[in-house]
Design a protein around this ligand. Structure first.
Ligand code: HEM
Length: 446
């Protein structure tokens, strides 16, 4: 089945999908089965994979389902609004085989240097600083004022990103995500990521970008800019959505404590539940078969995207389980060679963020009824537009909190030999482990 016209295809970018993704997926599943036609933007057809086993097959077979979008991209108008997200870049997301492995190992081995205990402590400090910004107000929008800010702050600090570059990354990213002036937003974002790579090449520091630059895989500035952009783009929005969606569940579902008063707060359970039933990434994991592929009577046309509908595959009726809590077999982080390399950091950021918030504001409650909440339209994310809450005002912890979001809060400790203007710091050879990775680890350990 491939004959749907533009008018007939279900629109993943409209308000109906944002309001009721479960209903839209179930209608598609009832009509088409495990593979369904839909539209990502006007005139941009996609096959959505709705079945769990079908998704695993696509994700694990890069020979039939390669990640390179360029043949498809050549059929799209240059101003197609999804191109800033889906268009080719030399990065981990659009490559396969040895090229993909080279990018991926650079990322995983650099992130792997950060001990999770140190990461949790660091997130808590960032969370405290952000909560201080609204603690005395008695009300807040936990999306804009917390969920969105926290991962950005954590990334700025992890990446040693100065405020001017951070600002361009954030503004460009939000233009792309909202599909508003997406082309200009994408260009701003890519330039900012490239500027960060060049800055860290000239002046390496105790940060993940410097660790990636020092990796033996030897990525060029352009390749580094593309990996940085990919990490920020895939990481911050998804973590923000995970935080907000889990808080939404904790605050609105009696199984998780309702108003949170009294009793323990099963944050990890809420994260499991959200990753199964309301995952932060909606439709993604795009692949581009180079010839028609037929499955179960459905033809996925050559050079058209095939995407994974993560919520639909997780709720595939043929795989239903009552045991979601503690069960990590969901596909919210995808699977196969492109499975999310940051599952653990993502969970740590979300759970530490929620724990800290509930610790500081123990009587947190929704300020509107759950059915008044709105979701942001867009084909790629599952994202609340706002999460208004009220609480008893509490004192700030630091009397003069700094404005947020901000750049790195830690000193660049090691001057690059080629950068005489870098801040003074102990000589590299004075340190126990003088590699950038060693310095990064030492910094994390305090
Ligand atoms: C709740 C948080 C997160 C969710 C739900 C999530 C989900 C996903 C999914 C579904 C994919 C597969 C995309 C594809 O196959 O095209 C993916 C890939 C990826 N994610 Fe995450 N992610 C999260 C957080 C993060 C964070 C914090 C980072 C960075 C620190 C990150 C970095 C990446 C990268 C680089 C890839 C591409 C991997 C590859 O192609 O080999 N993600 N993620």
């Amino acid at each position: 089945m491939t004959a749907e016209t533009h008018q007939e295809r279900v629109r993943m970018y409209d308000a109906q999908f944002a309001a009721d993704p479960g209903g839209v997926y179930e209608a598609l599943r009832a009509r088409y089965g495990n593979y369904a036609p839909a539209e990502l933007a006007p005139g941009v057809p996609v096959t959505l994979v709705l079945g769990y086993d079908a998704a695993l097959e696509v994700l694990r077979d890069p020979g039939t389902f390669p990640k390179d979008p360029r043949r498809w991209q050549a059929t799209m108008a240059p101003d197609c609004p999804v191109l800033p997200v889906m268009g080719y870049r030399p990065s981990v997301l659009y490559t396969d085989g040895a090229e993909h492995a080279r990018f991926r190992v650079t990322i995983t081995e650099s992130f792997g240097q950060v001990p999770s205990s140190a990461m949790r402590e660091y997130i808590e400090q960032s969370a405290d600083a952000i909560i201080d910004g609204f603690a005395a107000d008695g009300e807040a929008d936990l999306c804009a004022q917390y969920g969105v800010r926290l991962p950005l702050l954590v990334f700025n600090r992890l990446f040693g990103c100065p405020p001017d570059i951070a600002d361009r990354l954030v503004r460009g990213l939000s233009m792309v995500a909202e599909l508003v002036n997406a082309e200009a937003g994408g260009a701003m974002f890519v330039q900012a990521a490239l500027d960060l790579a060049k800055l860290k090449r000239a002046r390496p520091g105790a940060d993940i970008v410097s660790a990636m630059l020092a990796h033996p895989a030897g990525l060029t500035d352009e390749e580094m800019g593309n990996q940085i952009g990919m990490l920020v783009a895939t990481g911050t929005d998804a973590v923000a959505n995970l935080i907000a969606n889990a808080l939404h569940l904790l605050l609105s579902d009696d199984r998780f404590g309702g108003d949170l008063s009294g009793g323990s707060l099963p944050i990890e359970d809420a994260l499991d539940e959200v990753l199964w039933t309301d995952p932060p990434v909606a439709n993604f994991g795009f692949t581009y078969p180079v010839r028609d592929v037929e499955r179960e009577g459905y033809v996925m046309p050559a050079d058209q995207p095939v995407g994974i509908a993560y919520r639909a595959v997780n709720t595939d009726p043929s795989k239903q389980t009552d045991e979601r809590i503690g069960n990590r077999a969901h596909l919210a982080f995808s699977a196969g060679p492109h499975t999310c390399p940051a599952k653990n950091p993502a969970r740590i950021i979300a759970s530490a963020a929620i724990e800290k918030l509930l610790d500081r504001l123990p009587d947190l409650d929704l300020a509107v009824s759950p059915d008044e909440l709105q979701w942001r339209p867009g084909p790629f994310h599952r994202s609340l537009a706002a999460l208004p809450v009220r609480f008893t005002p509490v004192p700030v912890l630091t009397p003069t909190p700094e404005p947020l979001p901000v750049g790195p809060r830690f000193p660049v400790r090691v001057p690059a030999p080629s950068a005489p203007s870098a801040p003074s710091a102990p000589a590299v050879e004075d340190r126990e482990d003088s590699s950038v990775l060693g310095r990064l680890t030492a910094w994390w350990k305090g």
